[in-house]
Design a protein around this ligand. Structure first.
Ligand code: PMP
Ligand code: G9A
Length: 404
């Protein structure tokens, strides 16, 4: 059988995720992983989750083991509305929320319902690579807006938007991860957030706010969510249980205009009918019992130590010409090497010879830039592995510099 001739045209735009590909090496065990944004597995609240899982199956099994509504089981939606309210994320009611199978599904659905080939999607430069991969299949034109230490440069954004509008381009939405951005760890300042909303209002644009990381900041700072500042119903908010509890549950959620949510729900029906009812009931119970509220301070404390350990190791071992962001939360430290280094080329050597993995930065850049950058995850490895792993990467960089 030859499969080559069978593939639909759209498969041309499907690309294997650099993050997912790296998981193979992590599974081998002897490679220190700074790759995928995985939580510290030692911190999962296993006992409490086991108790909850048993309770849910025994006490709520008739519903929890059954199909559920596409928009999400009401218990979880209600709990999420309360959870979001504490963050000043007020939603009008259950019709404004949908539970997705990970927020990754939400990203794919956004592409399905919004993008026709040639439409413009504005993203940060760099941005989350699996968002790029999910949306790419729908053939948008990506326009990247650079970031600085205040997050997305909204001056540049306005210029780009004006230019695109003058050219008659159809801008479908602006995708942003305003707090502890993936991959850079940068956060958008309040001024920039205001400016972004002003631009969206002036040019009548939809904003997608992807927010997995704002729940565990390591510094005593607080940012308002774009959704909380939005007075015109033009922000769609999305988040996930993956980082604040467990990615194995595969639960994300979106909140926005009810008509918009309804469209998402219809698109979702043909993908999976509904998100796992079992894990939704488990998550609802975890929220009810305060498991997540108790878990967040624990991960904050542990991850801050790991982040500091990685920053110290970078300081200690990295050669001249390297620089990195000091994040206030999240899971990543984005690092630049000297210009002459291609981190994608260096990766295999790092994995095979030095037994350390990272995500090359280029995959996060819609314009193909970022060749000399890498994303380092600090939540999954142990503190000891962080020290050893950074020393190994530094050694590999030093050798590469000698070669050129
Ligand atoms: N968006 C961003 C910005 C992310 O960092 C991630 C996970 N790394 C996701 C979406 C997807 O998360 P999940 O599907 O596990 O909810
Ligand atoms: O395992 C994945 O693919 C999810 C991780 C996301 C990330 O590393 O940003």
């Amino acid at each position: 059988m030859t499969y080559e001739n069978l593939w639909a045209k759209r498969t041309k735009y499907m690309k294997a995720s650099e993050i997912r590909e790296l998981l193979r090496w992590v599974a081998k065990g002897d490679v220190i992983s700074f790759g995928g944004g995985m939580p510290d597995p030692k911190l999962f609240p296993k006992e409490e989750m086991a108790e909850i899982a048993k309770y849910v199956i025994i006490e709520k099994g008739e519903k929890a083991l059954q199909y559920g509504p596409t928009q999400g089981v009401p218990d979880l939606v209600d709990e999420l509305i309360k959870f979001m309210k504490k963050e000043s994320l007020r939603v009008e009611g259950a019709e404004s929320v949908i539970i997705t199978s990970g927020s990754q599904q939400g990203l794919d659905i956004l592409g399905r319902i919004l993008i026709d080939p040639g439409d413009v999607v504005i993203v940060e430069l760099p941005t989350y690579l699996a968002a790029i991969n999910a949306l790419k299949v729908y053939e948008p034109k990506f326009v990247g807006i650079p970031l600085d230490d205040q997050g997305m440069n909204t001056e540049v954004l306005e210029e780009k938007v004006k230019d695109l509008k003058n050219k008659g381009e159809k801008i479908k939405f602006i995708y942003t991860i305003p707090t502890c951005q993936n991959p850079t760890g940068l956060s958008m300042s309040m001024e920039r957030r205001k400016h972004l909303l002003e631009i969206a209002s002036k040019y009548d644009l939809l904003i997608v706010e992807d927010d997995p990381y704002s729940y565990f900041l390591y510094e005593p700072v607080k940012f308002k969510h774009l959704k909380a500042m939005d007075t015109e119903d033009r922000v769609v908010y999305m988040s996930t249980f993956s980082k604040i509890l467990s990615p194995g549950l595969r639960l994300g959620w979106m909140a926005g205009n009810p008509e918009f949510i309804r469209k998402i729900s219809i698109a979702k029906q043909s993908m999976d009918l509904c998100t796992s009812t079992l894990t939704q009931y488990i998550a609802a119970e975890a929220l009810k019992r305060g498991v997540i509220e108790r878990h967040i301070p624990k991960i904050k404390e542990a991850y801050k130590k790991k982040k500091d350990a990685m920053l110290s190791a970078l300081e200690k071992y990295m050669p001249e010409g390297c620089s990195w962001v000091k994040p206030i939360g999240g899971m990543f430290i984005f690092t630049w090497t000297p210009d002459e280094i291609d981190t994608k080329q260096m990766l295999m050597k790092c994995i095979k010879q030095y037994k350390v993995a990272y995500v090359p930065g280029q995959a996060f850049h819609v314009d193909g830039s970022g060749k000399n950058s890498m994303r380092l995850n600090f939540t999954y490895p142990t503190i000891e592995q962080i020290e050893v792993g950074i020393q190994r990467i530094a050694q590999a960089i030093i050798e590469e510099i000698k070669k050129v």
